[in-house]
Design a protein around this ligand. Structure first.
Ligand code: ZN
Length: 409
């Protein structure tokens, strides 16, 4: 929603209200254009051909959230963490599943990597990586009870929701007959309060990739905090510009955008709003830095009316009752549709240099807070407002011309 941001001060609100009003008139046009424009190397697909075959079950995913939370905290190195790794192995019987353990900064952590390759595969086979962190946070620094800020959180939304989506996808992907490789990457130590930083699992994964693996990875998609009852997915930066252009057509097709029509011609719900841009440092950043097309599907406004990085985020209220099967289903269907329609596949061998103009310079990333912090810049809103202003100017010119024409008649 355009007026959703309470961080904007009243004077600013007043000053921009007129622009927003004009922009609002232009928004549907802008969104429709966005839905049809796919940036290279991706090409437009026909998602509506696949909507009928979607199988993702939100109830299964929701049950997994409870099951994971009942294991106790899944902090790095904990018993709960080991138990969840075992659970992931048992729930992906048709996948080639491995634990990859690393030690860095005296921290030992383990990624779980599940691979599923087509029967015939060679160095020309693309790979799509779907990612979730399985570690739950070891502290609750945002909890209102200062006596409990050093206790680990339940991590129902912030950890279990993403894992639940991956596990349910893992159940159905083997029957999709995909012509490319899919990797489910469950990262460890994404969200621990180590003084030395976070994102250990995804950094280790990215560092271990060969150039050939980087080249054939046509998409790296993180799902994190996707279970909120009041789910709202926005554009997230940093992120691969081209890969982001594939999302609107998929989301529209299954009715997740209230500005676009779904495959039945009905306007969707307001679940995905790409006119809002949110700055988030998450597991997609090490992949971006490695030159891989990567994006983060995350709802950092956890709870009804929550501010970015507010609400139940990093508190003891991150419990399964705040998570909804329908939200998990929305995100699961979005990813399933992208996989089935081959929205994220391109001929990487035809490209001389992997295109990745969206990766920010190293310095910029370092300057952003490692803790997924705080920044929300309305790039999308700004662009939309600009389009609105330009539109209004064109409209005024046209009107004045028509008035002049009428006078001349
Ligand atoms: Zn977190």
């Amino acid at each position: 929603m355009l007026t959703r941001d309470r961080a904007v001060s009243p004077p600013q609100k007043k000053a921009t209200a007129a622009i927003i009003l004009v922009a609002f008139l232009m928004l549907s046009c802008a969104s429709l254009a966005q839905a049809e424009t796919i940036s290279a190397p991706y090409s437009a697909v026909a998602p509506c051909d696949f909507v009928e075959s979607l199988e993702f079950n939100g109830t299964n995913a929701n049950a997994s959230v409870t099951e994971q939370v009942e294991l106790g905290p899944r902090t790095t190195g904990s018993n709960g963490s080991a138990a969840l790794r075992a659970l992931i192995h048992t729930q992906l019987p048709l996948w080639d599943v491995a634990n990859n353990t690393y030690t860095e900064d005296n921290i030992t952590f383990t990624n779980v990597v599940a691979k599923l390759a087509p029967e015939t595969m060679d160095e020309s086979t693309p790979r799509v990586v779907i990612v979730a962190h399985y570690d739950s946070r070891d502290v609750a620094e945002r909890d209102p009870d200062i006596n409990r800020t050093m206790d680990p959180i339940p991590g129902a939304n912030d950890a279990a929701s993403g894992v639940a989506v991956l596990l349910e996808l893992g159940r159905i992907i083997p029957f999709m007959d995909l012509a490319y490789e899919v990797e489910l990457l469950f990262t460890d130590a994404e969200d621990q309060n180590f003084s030395s930083g976070s994102l250990y699992g995804s950094k280790a994964w990215a560092n271990a990739q060969s150039d050939a693996q980087v080249n054939r990875t046509t998409a790296f998609i993180v799902v994190d905090m996707v279970g909120d009852e009041f789910l709202q997915l926005t554009h997230v930066y940093p992120g691969d510009v081209a890969l982001w252009t594939t999302i609107a057509p998929l989301a529209s097709a299954i009715g997740l955008m209230d500005t676009n029509e779904d495959c039945n011609g009905n306007l969707g719900r307001d679940i995905v709003n790409l006119s809002i841009s949110t700055g988030v440092i998450d597991d997609h950043v090490p992949a971006l830095n490695r030159g891989i097309h990567a994006i983060d599907l995350i709802d950092i406004r956890f709870g009804e009316g929550a501010e970015p990085f507010g609400g139940y985020w990093h508190t003891h209220e991150d419990t399964p009752d705040k998570v909804r099967a329908e939200s998990l289903r929305d995100v699961g269907l979005l990813v399933e549709l992208g996989l089935r329609s081959e929205a994220w596949i391109y001929d990487f061998q035809a490209l001389e240099v992997p295109e990745d103009d969206s990766t920010p310079p190293e310095d910029d990333v370092q300057n952003l807070d490692e803790e997924k912090m705080e920044v929300e810049r309305h790039i999308g809103l700004g662009i939309t407002a600009l389009i609105g202003v330009l539109g209004a100017m064109v409209l005024m010119i046209v009107l004045s011309l028509s008035v002049n024409l009428k006078r001349e008649q």
